[in-house]
Design a protein around this ligand. Structure first.
Ligand code: F3S
Length: 387
């Protein structure tokens, strides 16, 4: 793999042991995947931030590192809101460990916005090379923005943040971004909600596996696309998809579709996922809510009080920029929490059945929280939380 003179100096240990080890890690990754060079990145998003997932070993490893990020970088959601963890019911032992993980990342110069929607906070543009690790963020960056990132593991994304480069292979290369299967949606999707797109993603992810799908028959907005991609990354391993006439590469790149398998999906396959099931909590914001989603939730909750816990998750920066809307959601008794989510917070393990409006949460809540999961539109989520 080609390395420039700066890289050679880092590898020789001239900039300290941590940067040396991090570049060694990137070079090893590059060799495994056949990268010919490193590519400079615009930003990094680092997973492995929740103490629930990295545990004591991960915390010790982070604490042993000594370097600073050289590109803008943010963290993935952690196990609790950084400020309001007591209000969420997080126990003090866990909170102390989680705070130690966050402090270790802060020392490394990683921004403390703990979110899977970094694209709402840091400008990200078509063609940017990134090293992001959370699967829904990766899918959004590649598919909706047209930026280029592989799905990095936590250490790979951290190494890229500290070096400012990542190995140039996989989805960094145009030839690996072509559609590999066509998904023809045979349904009237004009009134489909975010939850319908999440349910479609949940279903389609199982059908396409790790291939790059090209969808026809859809007319989504960006919140719909966010839900579709998040769910496909959860039930499949989809890090990039295209939607006819909508996503940037589908519009700009003259793909060749000859010979691709065509999978038809009918509305009944999506509707079948919307089951009636009693729940003891409702959680929305997977991926973290956009400003538009927060406004919709506030509108639906106006003048109502919740009768069961209703959690709304969003990035702290998005909440701060929409403070009045977040306050009006909380007037109902619902809680708008930053930095965490229904999947990574141990608090959600107290419930036996959780209602969501996300295909990704539908896939992960059973295993990660030990609870049944029910999917419904945001209107039904609010109805169930307030009836
Ligand atoms: Fe984000 Fe948590 Fe869902 S990290 S995509 S809100 S599982």
């Amino acid at each position: 793999m080609y390395l420039d003179a700066d890289d050679e100096r880092i590898l020789a240990g001239e900039q300290g042991e941590t940067r040396q080890k991090m570049l060694e890690l990137l070079v090893a990754l590059g060799k495994v995947f056949g990268a010919e060079r490193l590519v400079p990145i615009r930003s990094a998003q680092v997973s492995g931030a929740s103490y629930k997932t990295i545990g004591e070993y991960g915390l010790q490893w982070l604490s042993s590192l000594n370097a600073k990020a050289v590109v803008p970088a943010v963290l993935n959601p952690i196990g609790m809101p950084r400020e309001r963890w007591q209000e969420m019911g997080v126990n003090e032992d866990f909170a102390k460990k989680q705070q130690a993980v966050v402090a270790a990342y802060e020392r490394l110069g990683i921004g403390l916005e703990c979110t899977c929607t970094p694209y709402y906070l840091r400008e990200t543009s078509y063609g940017d090379h990134l090293a992001w690790s959370e699967s829904s963020a990766v899918s959004y960056a590649n598919s909706v923005i047209g930026a280029r990132t592989n799905r990095e593991g936590g250490p790979g994304a951290l190494a890229a943040a500290l070096i400012g480069k990542t190995p140039c292979y996989g989805l960094h290369l145009a030839e690996n971004r072509k559609p590999q299967v066509i998904v023809r949606v045979q349904a009237d999707t004009r009134d489909w909600s975010i939850a319908h797109y999440g349910a479609l993603g949940y279903h389609a992810g199982k059908l396409v596996g790790n291939r790059i799908p090209f969808f026809s028959g859809l007319n989504p907005d960006k919140d719909h696309l966010k839900a579709l991609g998040a769910a496909m990354a959860a039930t499949g391993a989809v890090a990039l998809y295209h939607v006819e006439g909508i996503t940037p590469e589908a519009l700009k790149v003259p793909f060749d579709y000859t010979g691709l398998e065509v999978i038809a999906v009918e509305s009944g396959e999506v509707e079948a996922l919307f089951k009636d099931l009693p729940v003891d909590a409702v959680a929305v914001g997977c991926p973290h809510c956009s400003p538009g989603e927060l406004a919709t939730i506030a509108g639906l909750l106006a003048g109502k009080l919740v009768t069961k816990p209703l959690y709304v998750f969003a990035a702290q920066g998005v909440i701060d920029q929409n403070r009045k809307i977040a306050d009006s959601i909380e007037k109902s008794g619902a809680r708008v929490f930053a930095d965490t989510c229904m999947v990574v917070s141990p608090v959600m393990e107290q419930y036996s059945a959780i209602m969501v409006n996300s295909g990704k949460a539908l896939a992960y809540v059973p295993d990660m929280c030990g609870a049944l999961a029910r999917i419904g539109t945001i209107e039904v989520c609010v109805k169930v939380a307030t009836e």
